[in-house]
Design a protein around this ligand. Structure first.
Ligand code: 5GP
Ligand code: ZN
Length: 114
């Protein structure tokens, strides 16, 4: 049994403000938002880092991107612009080792990120 925060959120063992879920994916608000809109898009399957993706994960990752795009439209940030980021490993700032995309929007987003 993996002791993983995002597995527990996906299983409803730890509360989160859920925005969307289906059989493969869960979307919820980040507890420490970095923008007016800051959602986390996670697979239900435990995958520790992007480095652990395998060929059979392609449809899952595609679905995560599609869900992000749909949510951006629903939240009315699609046209003005939004950012989808995934930090891989500690040097990039990954703190929860269950893959996720951050969907950020609702304010101007500068580039490059820190
Ligand atoms: P990472 O740093 O791995 O790219 O992103 C992990 C994100 O998870 C961070 O933005 C952090 O604020 C968020 N986070 C950490 N613990 C919790 C929690 O218990 N609930 C929620 N909703 N988000 C969390
Ligand atoms: Zn997990």
């Amino acid at each position: 049994m993996i002791d993983c925060l995002f597995c527990k959120i996906a299983q409803g063992e730890i509360p989160a403000t859920l925005y969307y879920e289906n059989k493969d994916i869960v979307v919820f608000d980040d507890i420490n938002p970095q923008a007016p809109i800051h959602k986390l898009i996670i697979p239900r399957e435990h995958i520790a880092t992007l480095n652990d993706l395998q060929d059979h994960h392609q449809p899952l990752v595609g679905q995560m991107l599609q869900v992000a795009s749909s949510i951006a439209k629903q939240l009315d940030i699609a046209d003005v612009g939004y950012r989808l980021v995934s930090n891989c490993n500690a040097g990039a700032g990954q703190t929860v080792f269950h893959i996720h995309f951050h969907l950020l929007g609702g304010r101007p987003l500068h580039w490059p990120p820190g």
